[in-house]
Design a protein around this ligand. Structure first.
Ligand code: LMR
Length: 398
């Protein structure tokens, strides 16, 4: 039976990690998958998360089931972290469901949309995270792209984006990156977010906001400001939250789907639907990561330690942006790379063709995504010279 299965090509992002592991050269640099790294190239578990883990393991007497919508403490804490303590003025109107990672939250959101508006299309930014398309597409949705990033100007094509959204039919779903746009690192400014919220409200578009890097761009508040602004203007929205990067919980698969509905009664109905959908896919989400996040956010001392460490991580990434931009300018006869310092989060996208990306990997042992996306956190004081010289070489600078 299985002989009919075709071979699957490498995942555009996870395939890089596999190729990197196979490379035995000490010079190699991994700028592939979006994980935070410290100066030694390690991906640490934040101290507060480790403490919460020790405390939970010491106190936990049972691992019996929770519910299909997960750990209520986690759901409430993360919803507040994202939408603010007043949940953007609509406290009773949110339904939440814990999900296995941000990807699980996106998928659960898509399943809910399939029930509520099966004819809608999901519109994603051009470009968007490589996994958005298969992830949402395999939930049965047709995906279309709206203009977002100008690779020549290294800036958002805002006028074109807005004009495109203005022309969408009511109830079109618009997938937005709250902060730290993946793969470009190019975010919208607050005035631009105001215009996006306005067009969504006026045209009856449904915003579906992906927030996977809260705290790793500017700070916890500013990175979530877009969501709070939109929530004040539109009757309904979806938010998919990932705790992988900001809590260092990658493999624990810890995420949340938030659904803003038009009333408290609708929120209760949506919660029921989310529980039923979860039950039919994964029955219930894994608890460990969620229990850790709940503890970190609910214990003031742990919360302070975590947010301080997160701020240090963000500052380090932003410092690396400057370091890399300076090193690139120095090796490319003064070419402008200041756009790297204006972008936020883990990623920027270098102007590399797929062939250049192959050369970078094969001849210089620098690994990045096929579209030229680099994980800035993979740069370090120790490797920035090699990275910049290699990029300059493939770009044709002597
Ligand atoms: C990335 O974009 O590199 C991360 O979100 C990891 C992933 O799952 O692709």
């Amino acid at each position: 039976m299985f002989e009919t299965l075709p071979r699957v090509p490498d995942d555009p992002i996870l395939g890089i990690s596999a190729a990197f592991k196979r490379d035995t050269t000490p010079l190699k640099v991994d700028l592939g998958v979006g994980v935070y790294k410290d100066d030694q190239g390690n991906t640490p578990v934040p101290a507060a998360v480790r403490r919460a883990e020790a405390e939970i393991i010491a106190a936990q007497k049972t691992k019996t089931y929770l519910t299909p919508v997960g750990n209520p403490g986690f759901n409430a804490q993360v919803a507040e972290l994202v939408a603010g303590t007043d949940l953007a003025g609509r406290k009773g109107d949110w339904a939440t469901a814990q999900a296995p990672g941000g990807s699980g939250a996106l998928r659960l959101g898509a399943e809910l949309l399939r029930l509520s508006s099966p004819g809608s299309k999901i519109h994603v930014s051009d470009p968007t995270w490589a996994n958005h398309v298969p992830l949402l597409g395999s939930a049965g949705f047709q995906l279309e792209r709206y203009p977002y990033y100008s690779a020549t100007r290294h800036a958002v094509e805002f006028e074109r984006m807005l004009a495109h959204l203005e022309a969408l039919p009511a109830s079109a779903v618009v997938l937005l990156h709250a902060c730290c746009h993946n793969p470009t690192g190019q975010d919208l400014g607050m005035t631009q977010w105001e215009a996006i919220a306005d067009v969504c409200a006026r045209r009856g578009l449904l915003p579906f906001v992906d927030i996977a890097y809260q705290g790793l761009g500017d700070d916890l508040e500013r990175d979530a400001a877009s969501i709070r602004l939109i929530a004040r203007q539109v009757p309904e929205m979806l938010v998919a939250v990932s705790c992988s990067k900001n809590f260092g919980l990658y493999r624990e698969r810890t995420g949340l789907l938030m659904v803003l509905t038009s009333s408290t009664e609708r929120a209760a109905i949506a919660t029921g639907q989310l529980g039923r959908l979860a039950r039919t896919i994964w029955s219930m989400p894994p608890d460990h990561g969620a229990a850790l996040v709940d503890r970190v956010l609910s214990q003031p001392e742990l919360r302070r330690s975590w947010s301080d460490e997160l701020a240090t991580m963000a500052a380090r990434i932003n410092g690396l942006r400057q370091l890399l931009a300076d090193a690139l300018v120095a090796r490319t006869h003064g070419t402008d790379f200041s756009w790297i310092t204006r972008q936020r989060g883990m990623f920027s996208r270098l102007d590399l063709t797929p062939a250049m990306v192959d050369t970078l990997r094969e001849q210089h042992h620098v690994y990045c995504a096929p579209d030229g996306r680099i994980n800035i956190a993979g740069v370090s004081a120790g490797n920035v010279g090699h990275v910049a010289a290699s990029v300059a070489a493939v770009l044709g600078y002597a």
